[in-house]
Write a protein that binds this ligand. Structure first.
Ligand code: PLP
Length: 376
């Protein structure tokens, strides 16, 4: 697929070029007819919404890393998720979903899917352990995010895939936390893997993009939906992803090492109430985590006794490197507060923060965080 649109001259350069175009140009009528019949096989790009050389390149690279049949790129991780949900579900269907799923996904389900008459049951990691109790005749899809947002609930994916295959239910996983380097869910029997490329994959907080990798069975339905609904990815973002993938392994290694160092410091810091990481034996998902994941990443959460507004601001002022930001997985360290480990309620006693570690010096980050915590 990829080589078809690159000219021979392109191979003299270290990176494929970004082609900025809306429509491809056909040399003659016959190639136009052929391209409109089968855009996958034709060597001529038809219209950039159907894919560009750069989106083809990153799709092939993600497929190589993740396994599966082929990948499809989208304008955001959230668009990848909502597109897959829309392409699979019809009124009357029921879905099972991780309760601590990325919040905008839950919002989408509870507004647009509910309005379409699609019902959902949100399950904790424990409830996923008794999955058969929640499956109904209407269950069409099981959607897992593991480790999940902020509290990193871990799901036993082999058990989910096994039951789903038996019952003919499609399985989808948001694998953003893991990247294709830490876990490949398609090898465990999942049907569709989704990544927000905006996090570790592109890795520099400069691009919003999503990517979907599927088995052969689910490729066409998802591709058809993306084409019919106009969801596609841009060339510049795809190039950010292309570049990010080249350094993903080194970044993750540094970020994981630094996170471990910070976690060790936090565990003995007097201001800290809890540290949340699936890498810690105290985490309820630790055992399953060790079974599946090659290593951890640079994310963890912690809580402190709820400070006064004054103390909270003193703490933040002391943090020069860590920025207050929602995104994660970039090379710059940041943190963001979240409501509580319970997905619905606001904890009145504790302040919860999720940290995303960048690639700055680990000792410097530990000293800065420790000193900021002493302000609380
Ligand atoms: C950020 C995020 C998304 C959404 O990705 P965007 O590219 O920002 O749309 C989906 N899932 C998880 C787990 C995320 O952290």
């Amino acid at each position: 697929m990829v080589d078809k649109v690159y000219s021979e001259e392109d191979s003299y350069f270290p990176h494929p070029p970004i082609h900025r175009f809306t429509s491809g140009i056909y040399p003659d009528f016959e190639s136009l007819m052929y391209a409109s019949q089968d855009s996958l096989k034709s060597r001529y790009p038809r219209y950039s919404r159907f894919g560009t050389p750069m989106t083809d390149t990153v799709e092939c690279e993600i497929t190589r890393l993740e396994g599966g049949y082929r990948s499809l790129s989208t304008c955001s991780g959230l668009a990848a998720i909502t597109s897959v949900l829309m392409s699979f579900l019809r009124p009357g269907d029921h879905i099972l979903m991780t309760r601590s799923v990325y919040e905008p996904v839950r919002c989408f389900v509870m507004t647009y899917l509910f309005e379409l008459g699609i019902s959902a049951t949100f399950l904790s990691a424990d409830e996923f352990g008794h999955l058969e109790d929640y499956v109904t005749d209407k269950t069409k899809l099981i959607y897992v995010e593991s480790p999940s947002s902020n509290i990193f609930e871990v799901t036993d994916i082999d058990a989910v895939a096994k039951l789903a295959r038996l019952r003919g239910i499609a399985t989808i996983i948001d694998n953003t936390w893991s990247t294709p380097l830490l876990l490949n869910p398609l090898h465990h029997g999942f049907d569709v893997v989704i990544h927000s490329a905006s996090k570790y994959l592109a890795g520099h907080s400069d691009a919003v993009m999503g990517i979907i990798t599927t088995t052969e069975q689910y490729y066409e339905p998802v591709r058809r939906y993306l084409i019919k609904s106009g969801v596609c990815a841009g060339g510049e973002e795809s190039f950010s992803l292309y570049k990010g993938l080249k350094t993903l392994a080194v970044r993750l290694k540094i970020q994981q090492g630094t996170a471990q160092k910070l976690i060790r410091m936090l565990l003995t810091h007097p201001a800290i109430s809890t540290v949340i990481s699936p890498d810690l034996p105290s985490h309820s998902g630790h055992e399953i985590f060790c079974k599946y994941y090659r290593q951890s990443n640079g994310l963890f959460s912690f809580s402190v006794k709820k400070p006064t507004d004054q103390k909270r601001d003193d703490f933040l002022r002391e943090l020069k490197t860590f920025k207050l930001a929602y995104g994660w997985g970039g090379v710059d360290s940041c943190m963001i507060p979240f409501r509580s480990p319970d997905w619905m309620t606001q904890d009145e006693e504790q302040l919860f923060l999720r940290v995303s570690v960048g690639i700055e010096d680990a000792d410097m980050l530990a000293a800065e965080l420790s000193s900021a915590l002493s302000k609380l």
